[in-house]
Design a protein around this ligand. Structure first.
Ligand SMILES: Cc1cc2nc3c(=O)[nH]c(=O)nc-3n(C[C@H](O)[C@H](O)[C@H](O)COP(=O)(O)O)c2cc1C
Length: 190
């Protein structure tokens, strides 16, 4: 698939068939992530691939993390929210959690490490699309909760940038819309 076509036709996919894609395809997607540009070649991205029961364990941790924040976790309303949170990672057969681990070095600008890892995420979304898979990046509040970060062994100085939900699409993508670039662009000429 031509890269411009891949960029323009990629859409977030919400629903997936239950069977996980073969490991070789997941590895191709991970490899695409590693070819993102990054200043000083620090390669700040970290990937965590969850399949099968690992998704259930993540769901349990996400649910616990949410429960700790709710003022009345035993109420019926809270219990419904906690249960919904627990189910979230089961929405796709594969999840790739992506973290940025900024290099501790006075010459390294932390923001650039996040930018580079964001580029890795976009590479992965495009690679998934070009390989015929569906994907959606999700953060929710879970990505920012300490307990969830700890599940992946991430420290306070690292960022969990999101979860790529991945699988064979079970739904036609929604039609995309973007503001024309002209409305977002200023040409500077001298
Ligand atoms: C940093 C980031 C976080 C996102 N988090 C969520 C999320 O938590 N839930 C969700 O439904 N979509 C999430 N999305 C996906 C966007 O909703 C989606 O990209 C947007 O609607 C545009 O649709 P498209 O990807 O099909 O072009 C996230 C996207 C980005 C870049």
């Amino acid at each position: 698939m031509d890269v411009i076509e891949a960029i323009k036709t990629r859409r977030s996919i919400e629903r997936f068939k239950p069977e996980p894609p073969p490991r070789e395809l997941i590895e191709k997607i991970l490899e695409a992530g590693t070819w993102a540009p990054n200043h000083h070649l620090t390669e700040p991205w970290r990937f965590f691939v969850l399949t099968g029961r690992a998704r259930e364990r993540l769901g349990e941790v996400m649910a616990q993390a949410l429960a700790e924040e709710l003022p009345d976790p035993d109420s019926q309303e809270s219990r419904a929210k906690i249960d919904a949170e627990k189910q979230r990672p089961l929405r796709a057969p594969v999840i790739i959690a992506v973290a940025a681990s900024p290099k501790q070095d006075p010459n390294i600008v932390e923001l650039e490490e996040v930018v580079a890892t964001s580029a890795a995420i976009q590479n992965m979304l495009l690679a998934a699309h070009a390989l015929g898979l569906g994907a959606k990046l999700r953060t929710g509040k879970a990505a920012y909760r300490k307990k969830v970060k700890e599940f992946f062994g991430l420290s306070d100085r690292e960022y969990l940038l999101g979860f790529i939900y991945l699988g064979y699409p079970d739904v036609k993508p929604q039609k995309g819309f973007r503001t024309p670039f002209q409305e977002k662009t200023v040409w500077l000429e001298y």
